[in-house]
Write a protein of this length. Structure first.
Lengths: 117, 110
C-alpha cells in the first residue's frame, strides 16, 4: 500500500505564474488535508476536503488559492499569480473514512517545495 | 483557538543521554496528539499517536505521555543516538485539523 504521494517534489515558478500541486491520498482514504510550512515557521492548516467537497477552508488565503478533490484523480492545490511570499513547503495528508478506527490519524506525504523567483 | 508550544526550541546533547521534549496546548478538547520527526528538507514521519483517552504510548526507545487536563505532553527519548538528530514536532487534533507546534530541533553529538 503506497503512502501519500505528492508531485512535483520541487516546483520553481516566476512571479505571476500559476502553481499546481498534486496529492494522491493513500488507497482507501477519502479525506485530504493541505498544510503549508513557511520558511522558519511551523506547519499551518490550509484546507480539508472530502471527495468533491470542501469541508473546511478556514486556513486558506482569501485570494489566489484554491483546492479541489475530484471524484476521480488527485487533489489539486492551485495558486494563481504566485508571489515570493508563497515560497514554502506544501504538505498533503490523508485519513481513512470514519468507519475505521484510525480515521482521525493523518498520514503525510513528502511535500512539494515551491520556490517563487 | 488552539495554540501549541514546544520547549525547548533547540537542544544539543551528547550521544547516550536520555532526554525529554515538552509540548503544551491551550485547549484540552482534542481527539489525539501526534509526535512527528522532520529531517531537513524532508517530509514528516509519524512517531507516536496518543488518543485523547490514553495516557501514554511507547515505540522502541520512544515514550510519549499525555495529560489532557493540564494540556501537556512529553516525548521521552532513551539512549539518544546521532541518527536521532532532527526536528521533533508535536501536533494536536481538534476538529478536522492538526495544530502544530514550532518544533524542537535536536542535535545528538557523537
Amino acid at each position: 500500500n503506497a503512502g501519500v504521494m505528492q508531485n512535483p517534489r520541487h516546483l520553481v515558478r516566476r512571479r505571476g505564474q500559476e502553481a499546481r500541486l498534486r496529492c494522491s491520498p493513500m488507497k482507501g482514504h477519502s479525506h485530504v488535508y493541505w498544510y503549508r510550512q513557511l520558511p522558519e515557521e511551523g506547519l499551518k492548516f490550509m484546507v480539508y476536503l472530502q471527495k468533491e467537497n470542501i469541508i473546511d477552508e478556514s486556513g486558506m488565503p482569501k485570494e489566489r488559492f484554491s483546492a479541489e478533490f475530484p471524484k476521480e484523480g488527485p487533489s489539486i492545490l492551485r495558486i494563481q499569480q504566485v508571489v515570493r511570499g508563497d515560497s514554502a513547503a506544501y504538505f498533503c495528508a490523508s485519513s481513512p473514512p470514519r468507519i475505521f478506527s484510525s480515521y482521525n490519524e493523518q498520514f503525510f506525504g513528502p511535500g512539494t517545495r515551491l520556490t517563487v523567483l | 483557538k488552539q495554540e501549541v508550544t514546544q520547549i525547548p526550541a533547540a537542544l544539543s546533547v551528547p550521544e547516550g543521554e536520555n532526554l525529554v521534549l515538552n509540548c503544551s496546548f491551550t485547549d484540552s478538547a482534542i481527539y489525539n496528539l501526534q509526535w512527528f520527526r522532520q529531517d531537513p528538507g524532508k517530509g514528516l514521519t509519524s512517531l507516536l499517536l496518543i488518543q485523547s483517552s490514553q495516557r501514554e504510548q511507547t515505540s522502541g526507545r520512544l515514550n510519549a505521555s499525555l495529560d489532557k487536563s493540564s494540556g501537556r505532553s512529553t516525548l521521552y527519548i532513551a539512549a539518544s543516538q546521532p541518527g536521532d538528530s532532527a526536528t521533533y514536532l508535536c501536533a494536536v487534533r481538534s476538529g478536522s485539523r492538526l495544530t502544530f507546534g514550532e518544533g524542537t530541533q535536536l542535535t545528538v553529538n557523537p
